[in-house]
Ligand binder design. Structure first.
Ligand code: TYM
Length: 376
């Protein structure tokens, strides 16, 4: 899809400034329109800022999923995490939205931790390392307030018996040339990675197996995961399952120039386990859309449209639409300088981290309640 000079979006790498409109065309997904927003209101009664502000911006059959839900047909949510390191603020964007959908719709969420994927992908990772990180990541997930009664965690290696039969049936439908083309694999890719997509796809069909009836699944995630869903949708009908549906988010950017927040660039990512003072420093060192000097900023104003600091307010840290608009206008007019804007964001992030880290430790002995294997 991309050459060296173009931005790149794959399930493993996101580089450069992403052109979200172009991705819609390249991936063959649909843009969310006022129709789907209206339908969301009809199904759920209200809209979440992440959809209202266009952070969730594209979909595959989200409208079909909502209609099935409205008609009272069986539905479930599915999302996941590849435990490659500590969770950062970007990862929780789809999880916050998923939790909102789950709370409003009262349906089950199946959450996959792909320890196998990350062990296979990163040459230097040991199984012990990914196991340890999986638990650490689970703590971050469940500390966001998910309820154990309808949140079911699957850890691929430990829970393979739930997935393997589905995976081999899926594997039989996908050729090497298809997986190479869709995932960008080549002949040097290890054979574990070539098989792995069957396990991410398997969870799309698992609710139908567990409930014993055709279940419509919605997957909220960032758009980088779309290649899996393309494959899943191609083979669903022939395997006897409803096509899984998706709602795609844009990325929370890193604190540097361009690119998404990524664990591989720790200086521009805020991890949920960061010491509050380290998070504050990263924010105060962030790239912004401001002018080189305060004097120029007052005269010419800044550019919130290219500013990661503004994006953090928009995506996670300013729920009030009027206050967000005011911040935008004050930046544009030069009334607001980058220093105070960053300092105020740092206060909000630090307060979030302090509360989160306290909850996280309290959740350590509750992990078992969330495992699918203890419930199904
Ligand atoms: P992973 O661990 O790379 O990412 C976890 C989730 O976070 C999203 N994401 C982001 N969202 C917003 N801003 C960012 N900067 C950002 N970075 C990552 C990802 O899209 C994802 O939703 N292979 C998967 C694990 C997986 C999965 C799934 C993900 C298994 N089943 C079903 C989503 C849905 C992975 O490595 O995700």
């Amino acid at each position: 899809m991309a050459n060296n000079s173009e931005p790149k979006v794959t399930p493993w790498e996101v580089e450069g400034i992403v052109d979200y409109e172009k991705l819609i065309v390249e991936f063959g997904v649909k843009k969310l329109t006022s129709r789907e927003l209206e339908l969301t209101k009809e199904a759920i009664g209200e809209l979440h800022p992440l959809i209202e502000r266009g952070v969730f911006y594209a979909h595959r059959d989200y409208d079909v999923f909502l209609r099935k839900y409205i008609a009272g047909e069986p539905t479930a949510l599915y999302t996941g995490r590849g435990p490659s390191g500590y969770v950062h603020l970007g990862h929780i964007v789809p999880w916050i939205f998923t939790k909102w959908l789950q709370d409003k719709m009262g349906i089950d969420l199946f959450f996959e931790f792909t320890d196998d994927e990350k062990f296979l992908y990163h040459k230097e990772y040991t199984l012990d390392y990914v196991r340890k990180i999986t638990i650490e990541n689970i703590l971050d997930l469940i500390s966001l307030g998910f309820e154990p009664k309808n949140t079911h965690i699957i850890v691929d290696i430990d829970d393979i018996s739930y997935l393997y039969e589905l995976a081999v049936r899926i594997a039989k439908k996908i050729t090497f040339s298809t997986i190479k083309a869709v995932m960008g694999f080549n002949t040097s890719t290890n054979i574990g990675m070539i098989f792995y997509p069957t396990l991410q796809i398997a969870v799309c069909f698992l609710p139908t197996e567990l409930y014993g009836e055709q279940t419509h699944v919605l997957i909220p995630a960032a758009i980088d995961q779309d290649p899996y869903w393309r494959l899943a949708r191609d083979i669903a009908t022939s395997l006897g399952y409803p096509k899984p549906t998706q709602i795609h988010a844009k990325f929370l950017p890193g604190l540097g120039i361009g690119g998404k927040m990524s664990s591989s660039q720790p200086e521009t990512a805020i991890f949920l386990v960061d010491r509050p003072e380290d998070a504050r420093k990263k924010i105060m060192d962030a790239y912004t859309g401001g002018q080189p000097t305060a004097e120029l900023q007052r005269r010419l104003g800044g550019n919130p449209d290219i500013c990661p600091v503004y994006k953090y307010y928009e995506i996670l840290f300013e729920p009030d639409d009027d206050k967000l608009r005011e911040r935008y206008n004050d930046c544009r007019s030069g009334n607001l300088l980058c220093g105070p804007c960053k300092a105020a964001l740092a206060d909000r992030v630090v307060s979030f981290l302090e509360k989160h880290q306290e909850k996280r430790e309290a959740m350590r002995d509750r992990v078992e309640e969330y495992y699918l294997r203890n419930k199904f």
